[in-house]
Design a protein around this ligand. Sequence first.
Ligand code: SAM
Length: 265
Amino acid sequence: MSSKIFYERVYKFNDDYDLVSETLFELGFSNFYTLENDEGVFLILVSDKPKKIIEIEQKLPFNIEFVEQRETSSEEWVKNIISKPFEFIDGVYIDPDHHDIDADIVIKIIPGLAFGTGLHATTKLAGEMLKKYLKPGMKVLDLGCGSGILSILAKKLGASKVVGVDNDKIAVEVANENIELNKISDVEIKESDLLKNVKGKFDLIVSNIIAEILIEALKKMPEYLEDGGIVILSGIIDSKLDLFKNLNIIEHRRSGEWNSLVIKF
Ligand SMILES: C[S@@+](CC[C@H](N)C(=O)[O-])C[C@H]1O[C@@H](n2cnc3c(N)ncnc32)[C@H](O)[C@@H]1O
């Protein structure tokens, strides 16, 4: 993967980790990790531009105490988040390195500056639903692909073709690197604001983005679905679940405050 300089801003914080992670998710910021040592608990936000971190910092509704700003590389900060393989969902492991793992499916992920390490509840819920609903041979669209984790899973579960899109250039870059790392074919990753740059029809669309954006995407989704096609939505926080109540919901799963829905039109 390309080695670039990134910046970390380190803060001391005393709030509940779930609140911090949920707030950053809602702000669309996923490049962070925490560290605990004798001096306390620290939150570290990472970006290629310190200005972006400062903008996020100013929106945080809880108290954090700035400690320092330091330079890092994409490899380094990702290692701080995940260094050991872990079971992402039943029978599927994420391996950030090159371990010998005895499992049905192993996904290599170097997430870089893109959401999708496999540690977040919203990704796990989407992964579980994919495992249940994806049948071999299906064409799959991963809307908001981030690191490409769900695109890779879809392909490894037997999809015939996967298209992953994201409106973040860095996510597209990182996802392409992860696709290469997993040595899989018939997966196309491209930049697109929701469905604007997507062509063709799919048997299954999976999308893990915040509720308001999912609602926007749902307006156009039927045009991109084959007859009887399935949509897996994730990233819906409890307080926004009502926005989805009029849909034809086939299955609903919950983890902490996060919800995932499988729907059909
Ligand atoms: C929560 S992350 C999900 C990443 C990965 N699919 C996963 O499940 O872990 C949401 C992703 O959606 C992307 N996104 C947000 N708004 C978008 C839009 N309007 N069009 C395309 N992608 C978008 C973000 O850049 C981010 O990578």
